[in-house]
Design a protein around this ligand. Structure first.
Ligand code: SAM
Length: 231
């Protein structure tokens, strides 16, 4: 399967393994991953965030309940909410999640946004698990036609050392562990370049303190709700 499908499947496999109830996808674009995750029975709350409202709206009807959802109401309830906003801003609607995914997002962030990102995701949202994927620039010479970056909107592409040192610094600062893996194996003889997509899986070290009474978390809303549906 194409790499983007492998990335979605990687998340789906993690969801099946760890059974998170609340999952947020940051930089959700056309909501394809959210749509795949709505079929995971363990999930009760799904949220998406993107800075491009139009892209998010393109296929969001796919997230609505299907006739079968009304005809055969299931035991579980599912709430799906889409938010328009930036990962550089904190919004209380992103509190209390078990899993936060950032698939091919960080390389689209401007320097100032990237600087705020760890504090927003690991410090403020502080979910039990965070998954971040990004291109591995060491793989680029194997991709035909790629000169500087894989996509014109990429602000940077990191090699393994750059991604790992950024990720370890964030994990250390916000009390997470991080493990690295990837998708897209290089052809025989070129294994030394590593995976095409590099992935960091972060796990929060400290237990969840229920409803954190943290004055800093009484933050004003910064996102706009675009779509809300309930099953
Ligand atoms: N996660 C999706 C996937 O894997 O198919 C989409 C990845 S797309 C390459 C990057 C997405 O990040 C775009 O939809 C873009 O609008 C969004 N994005 C860029 N900067 C953002 C920001 N500051 N806050 C939220 N989303 C942002």
């Amino acid at each position: 399967p194409p790499l983007y499908k492998q990335r979605y499947q990687f998340i789906k496999d993690l969801v099946i393994k760890y059974k998170p109830k609340k999952v947020a996808d940051l930089g959700c674009a056309d909501c394809t991953l959210l749509w795949m995750l709505k079929f995971c029975k363990c999930i009760e709350v799904l949220a998406g965030l993107d800075i491009r409202e139009n892209v998010m709206k393109e296929k969001m009807h796919m997230l609505s309940p299907l006739p079968a959802d009304y005809l055969q109401p299931s035991e579980r309830s599912l709430t799906v909410t889409l938010h328009h906003g930036s990962v550089a801003h904190k919004d209380p609607c992103m509190l209390g999640f078990d899993l936060v995914t950032c698939i091919e997002l960080v390389e689209h962030l401007e320097t100032a946004e990237l600087e705020k990102f760890p504090e927003v995701v690991f410090g403020f949202m502080a979910p039990a698990m965070v998954v971040i994927s990004t291109p591995n620039s060491e793989f680029n010479p194997l991709l035909p036609g790629v000169t500087l970056f894989r996509h014109s909107d990429h602000k940077f592409e990191w090699d393994r050392a750059q991604f790992q040192s950024w990720a370890v610094a964030a994990a250390t600062r916000y009390d997470y562990t991080v493990e690295f893996t990837g998708l897209g194996t290089p052809p025989p003889g070129t294994e030394n370049v590593g995976f095409c997509t590099q992935i960091g899986v972060f796990v929060r070290k400290y237990p969840k303190n229920g409803e954190t009474i943290n004055s800093e978390k009484h933050t004003e809303h910064a996102y706009k709700t675009v779509n809300f549906c309930c099953f």
